[in-house]
Structures are given as C-alpha cells and as structure tokens.
Ligand binder design. Sequence first.
Ligand SMILES: *Cc1c(COP(=O)(O)O)cnc(C)c1O
Length: 421
Amino acid sequence: MLLRSLVCCVKFRWVSEGIRHAGGYLRAADQIRSYRGGSSSSRVVPGSRAWHTVDLRSDTVTEPGEAMRSAMAQARVGDDVFGEDPTVNELQEVAANMFGMEAALFVPTGTMSNLIAVMVHCRERGDEMIVGDLSHLHIYEQGGSAQLAGVHSTTLTTMADGTFDLEQLESKIRHGYPDVHYPRSRLVCLENTHNIMGGRVLPVAFLQQLRSIADKYGLAVHIDGARLMNAAVALDVHPSVILKHCHTVSVCLSKGLGAPAGTILAGSKEFIQRAVRARKALGGGMRQSGILAAAGRIALLDMMARLEEDHRNAQTFARALMECSPPLYHVDLASVETNILRFGLRNSGLSPTRFCELMEEVSEEEVDALNQGVRVLMFPHVGGTVRAVWHLGISEEDTQLAIKKAQFVAQQFHLKSVRGR
Ligand SMILES: *Cc1c(COP(=O)(O)O)cnc(C)c1O
C-alpha cells in the first residue's frame, strides 16, 4: 500500500527493441561473439537480423523513452562538483527520503558506488570486508576493492536464496584483532536482490539478524541494492523497511528503472561527506550531471510501479518452460521472485551456449512452423544455467513470442536427437 502511494502511475511508452551490446556479465563479450559467430546451421534464414528481437540478456539494455528524454532536455543544471546542480540536488533529496537515509549521492555507476562504500567503510589499508562468494562485488567488479582501495576480502558461501549462514559470518570476523597477524574486520556486504542467484529477495528477518551480529562486533552493513526496488516491489514494502537494517545502500537507476546511467549511494550525512571525496578521487565528480539526474528522478519516482509487470512476465515464462513438451527445461518456480530467471537444460547434449544460439537464430523451419521469426537473446550463466532478464523493453506479447520460440527449440531439438539415433 505504502508502495503504491509512493509511485505515480505515469504510463510510459515502451522503448523499441533493437540489437544492443552486452551488459557486462560473466565472459559476456566472448559469449556474444561465440553465439553471434557463423557457427549456425545452413538452414538459417539469411538477413535474420531484420526479425523481431526479444532481448532478455539484461535489464541494462533499456533505453530512455519520451518522458525521460524530454525531462533530460529540459533539466536545469549547474556544476555538481560545486554542489550547484539543482536537478542532482533534488534527485539526491528524493532518494534519501525514499530510502529512509540522511543523505544520498548521485554516482556514475553501481560499480563505483560499491567501491566508494567499501573505501569509506574500510578507511585504513588492509581493513577487511566480508562478502558473499557469488556477489557482484566479489565476482564482477574486477576486485576493485583490493586493486584500488587496498581492502582485503573474506568470503562467505552464498546460499541458493542469496543469503549466507550467520554462524559462518560470525566465524569469519577477525576476533584476533589487534593481534598483529590479523586484518581488522570492518564491513559486511549484502546483495538484494541477488543477481547471480537469479534475482532472489533477501528475507527481512535475515537482514535483522545480520544487523544485530554486525552491531555486536561494530561492523558496518552495506547493501548492494542494484535491484533494491525489485525487492521492495516483490515484498510490497516501502524501500526503507528493507534499508533500515543497513548503514548504506547502492541502488542502480540504469537497470529495470530504465535511466540511461547513474546510481544512488545513500547513508548517513557523515558517510556521504566522505563519499563525495572518494567519488572525486575516483574520477566520478561530474559537472552538469543534472541531464542524467533528470532521467534518474523519473526512474525513481515513476518507474517502480511497472517492475511488477517484469516479475509477472518472468513468472509466465518460467511456468511455460516447466510445462513445455517435450520437456527440456529445468525450472525451480519458487526461486523466481523478481525479474531474473535462471533455468537449466535437462539434456546434457545441449549446452547453454548452443541453446542460446538456437534461441537467437531464425531458421526456415521456424518461419514455416510458426509463421514468425523471433530472435530471443539470453546469456549462458553461472553453473551451466541460462539466464533471462525482464525489463521495460519487454512486453507481455514479447514474452509470449519468446515462449513460442522456447517451445519450438525444444521440439526441434527433440526431433533432431530422435533422428540422430
Ligand atoms: C549491475 C550491478 C552492479 C554494477 O552496476 P554498474 O552500473 O553496471 O557498474 C552492481 N551490483 C549488482 C548486483 C548489479 O547487478
């Protein structure tokens, strides 16, 4: 309910789909090259790039629509390094209120935002942070916290629901400090929703328990909430209900919320004062960034309401994969909580990479059988799975087209393997 009063339901014109480039995931560039390459069968219809494309690679492929572009064009701006950009200042205020934090800072990317948080919380070289072993911070950020901030990481085993064991957490805290052998534990990082685990929402009770352990040992808690709004929508709570259990949060405006760039880092006033310094040192002090903040403001205020639609489409697709005949897909429906779906392939003869090629190709058989040609883009993912992500560029109709394609691929694969015997 709170959530509904928070968002205003401006109808948003969906962006047109198109060929877009990778969002920066595991070996993404290589994988795109490998399944865009010429390895497909001779029956592929030439010029297939003209076919309708359903791009499920990432929610980073969204493009700003009319309302966002016109807000950007009309934004009042100033020099934000001087703190004089009114649009940036307004966005930061809106975000701080929405997240229940004292202050917020507009930063260029989620990666920089996480790094700033690590730098500010772990202020001495050799300080240590505790982080999930399958978190974005640990896997996809090039070890920036070690490379650039001199911060050591210790990892916890990530569970299927994106949480970790709190006894393991307690055991990893450096109880021996200040003995000269040990670094000093300063920070615990969480991820909500959890990207690699397939958009899982961390239970609020987990956050609560974790916070009480952190308080006991004087550790800070940072949430990488790149998709925090998806978690709030899934739980139907105000974002601040989740965020009251952490000290700082990073929320991407450029994922499902649809802004072209930008992330919000939020925390206490003192934290943000230090964060402004760290952002400048990292080269993230932008000047007339109100042009971007204007899009971010719409992302935050108007785009949250439609995330539910992405969650519903992901569910619909997941269910269709489960019911697909002949069975090819392995789906755990209970794990589909937000806009990210991870699924497996039951047949070891079909690799995730080859499957993604088949989803992308348009063959003569497809055009004959379905009277349509649809390119569906997905990425092979961690642990031999395939990942599909819903976002504002994907309609219900697109989802239905992708379902048809997935059923067609399963039938064709079945026919070919029967013939091949
Ligand atoms: C995308 C993402 C980031 C990084 O955001 P960029 O803006 O791409 O740097 C951080 N954490 C998670 C969980 C993400 O999904």
